[in-house]
Every structure is written in C-alpha cells, then in structure tokens.
Design a protein around this ligand. Structure first.
Ligand code: ZN
Length: 263
C-alpha cells in the first residue's frame, strides 16, 4: 500500500496572468511589472510525502523558516519583489513532517521537481535525508548564473542526480521519474503506481491547474515553450488514462480536495 500526503508549505504571491499566460493580452503581464497589487493572487506552495513500502519519499521542500524573519535577505531582491513567499506557523516542511510523526532523517529520498526557490527553499530543513535527488539537466542549469536559481540555498548540500530519461526509482515501476521539461530545463514529474495499476502524477510546475493540461495553456514563465507544450500534452494523455486518479500541481488550490490518497 502506498499513501500520499499533500502538505501545504506556505504560499507565494504571483501576478494573476502567470498561471495561464494565453488568457492575458498583455504579453509582459506575468512579470507583474507596472501591474499593481490588484492583479496579485496568492497560490499555495506544496510538498508531498509518500509512504511507500520501499522507502519514505518527500517531493519538494517549500520555504525555509528564515522567510518568516528575513524575507528580503532570504529570497533576494528580484524574487522578493516578483513573487514574495509566505510561511505561516506550522507550515514549514519540517513542521508538517513532525505532525505526521517523522523527522528529516527518516526520509529515504527527497526528490526535487526542479530548482526554483519555492521548491528547494526548504532544503536545509531536510538536509539529513538519506538521499536528495534532482535531474542531471536541472542541476546543471541551476549551477549556472541565472537569477531564478539561488545557489546559496543548496551550496553545502549534497544533491545526487538521476538521468534525464524516465527513471524507475525502485525498479518495480511503482515510482517513475518523468522528464517534463519546459517550465525549466530539467523539470521532473513523479508517477506513482499502486496495486491494480491505479496511479497519480505529481507534476510540479508543469502546469498551474487543470486548465493547463486540459486546454494546453502555457504558463507565463517558461524556459522553452515548445518543450512545455509537449510536456503538457504528455500530462494530458496521462490524465485521460482510466487508471489515473489525480494530477497534482504545486500551486493548484484544487489539489487540497485530494489531500490523502491511498494507492
Ligand atoms: Zn513553483
């Protein structure tokens, strides 16, 4: 039996045009520049804990508790003004794990869907996990100078890599790491399959909600639009499979209606 817990690890503020870019006529709207506060929306940031018979897996880490006291220093000026994060009491990934009776050293694998700040920002809080993994391509991209990646957050933490092809974590098809490039170069989704072939997909920032993959709406920020469209089509096909129970996306509020799933 596999059990998945959906954990709210704070929120982030973005321009309303960012999630579904094709809906906005203003091409630069997603950046939030000159748009004012009334266009800002708050979206959740999410981690997922998977209790699997072969190991405990955490997907993504949300924010560090430092954001509560020194937000500007922690996020850096560009991130702080573009999409400031919030981390209410008891929502840090370590606090959420504790509520479920775990500490970070219990985790066998932390899997990072990609290296954006709202996904790796809490990595320090789970640095005692046995393995921390990201895709080869994503880690390579994140090691170059690029304002979207804050290397200081993970510079002293050992991150192992997996190849950029479909990767079977336990060699039994129950946890497959799926390349979903587009939002970022090495974006990875996780397909988790239980008994009777029922599965869910955790797709990070490949989309922002059901409309992303059902209507193929690109988000405002993409590393590569063509790759992103292909990844959304892949997600669309997975969602149409009769065995697919749900597609989880980091910033989608709807997923909290499916907070605990048993496969
Ligand atoms: Zn994100």
């Amino acid at each position: 039996m596999i059990k998945i817990h959906v954990l709210r690890v704070g929120s982030t503020q973005v321009d309303e045009a960012l999630p579904f870019s094709n809906k906005s006529k203003n091409k630069l709207a997603f950046t939030g520049i000159f748009r004012g506060k009334k266009h800002q929306i708050n979206v959740p940031v999410t981690s997922y804990l998977i209790e699997h018979p072969k190991g405990l897996i955490l997907i993504d880490t949300g924010w560090d508790t430092e954001i509560r006291t020194h937000p500007l220093k922690y996020e850096g000026i560009a991130n702080y003004f573009a999409s400031p994060g919030k981390l209410p009491a008891n929502e840090a990934v370590s606090e959420q794990l504790e509520k479920l009776g775990y500490q970070s050293s219990d985790i066998d694998y932390v899997i990072l869907t990609h290296m954006d700040i709202d996904h790796v920002g809490g990595i320090r809080l789970v640095k005692d996990a046995k393995h921390i993994l990201a895709s080869q391509k994503e880690l390579q991209a994140a090691s170059k100078l690029n304002p979207r990646y804050l290397r200081r957050l993970y510079k002293n933490i050992k991150i192992e890599t997996f190849p950029n092809t479909e990767y079977d974590l336990f060699d039994d098809v129950s946890v497959i790491l799926l390349p979903l490039p587009g939002h970022s170069e090495g974006m990875t989704g996780i397909k988790i399959t239980g008994d009777w072939n029922k599965f869910v997909v955790i797709a990070g920032d490949c989309g922002y909600g059901r409309d992303s993959y059902e209507k193929l709406i690109l988000p405002g920020i993409t590393w590569n639009k063509k790759a992103e469209l292909a990844s959304l089509k892949k997600l669309q096909n997975l969602a149409l499979d009769k065995n697919c129970q749900y597609v989880y996306l980091t910033h989608d509020e709807e997923q909290y209606q499916h907070k605990e799933v048993i496969l």
